[in-house]
Design a binder for this molecule. Structure first.
Ligand SMILES: [Zn+2]
Length: 199
């Protein structure tokens, strides 16, 4: 742990910074100001985290190319404890274990990754989910089976569920915010961005 003194013109802050390292997959990124971004990642060791990446949008940023959705990276973070609490990414490199698999181009898995980014709570590590995510990028599995397998890992079994609206046993969608299954017909009443669809 390191301690940094920051003077903002009025106050002096004592900031405690701890450094962490983990493998991770990028779930998404949101611009923050002119050149910065907030990167959502699912890390092997800490579960989902949202980390601030400084100057990542500058052309010469060495981080930027690695921080696209569905990239596997090895990243170093600092956790700040002070007036601006949060995580910052200070360095990252591509994870060579995935370099032959063009993970950023697995558009078939993008709905699943977007779903996870919305659904997962921060700082809940899940080794089983990490192993699953690592595996599905190494080979092309059936998309519907992959989505169902993911839901089972998360504790929701589509094979033992019925539609929350009409009680049909033929479910085809999961709505994460209310944690309900829906059949394909009832799912049409909802925003598809809120659903994980499968057959
Ligand atoms: Zn229904």
């Amino acid at each position: 742990m390191s301690i940094v003194l920051i003077f903002d013109g009025c106050y002096i802050y004592l900031i405690f910074m701890r450094e962490f390292y983990s493998k991770a997959i990028v779930l998404g990124r949101k611009d923050s100001g002119e050149v910065d971004a907030v990167i959502d990642l699912f890390t092997e060791d800490f579960g989902k985290i949202s980390a601030w990446a400084k100057s990542v949008k500058k052309i010469k940023s060495k981080l930027s190319g690695h921080l696209q959705p569905m990239s596997f990276v090895k990243a170093r973070f600092i956790q700040r404890s002070g007036p601006k609490d949060g995580w910052s990414m200070i360095d990252c490199i591509s994870d060579d274990d995935f370099s032959d698999f063009y993970t950023k181009e697995r558009y078939d898995l993008l709905p699943l990754i977007n779903f996870l980014n919305k659904y997962l709570f921060e700082f809940q590590s899940d080794r089983k989910l990490w192993a699953f995510l690592s595996q599905i990028f190494l080979k092309k599995y059936d998309t519907n089976q992959t989505s169902k397998a993911l839901l089972k890992i998360m504790g929701f079994d589509p094979d033992k569920s019925s539609c929350a609206a009409c009680h049909s046993n033929l479910v085809g969608a999961f709505k994460a915010d209310s944690q309900i299954f829906l059949c394909q017909r009832c799912a049409l009443k909802f925003n598809p961005n809120e659903l994980l669809l499968f057959k």
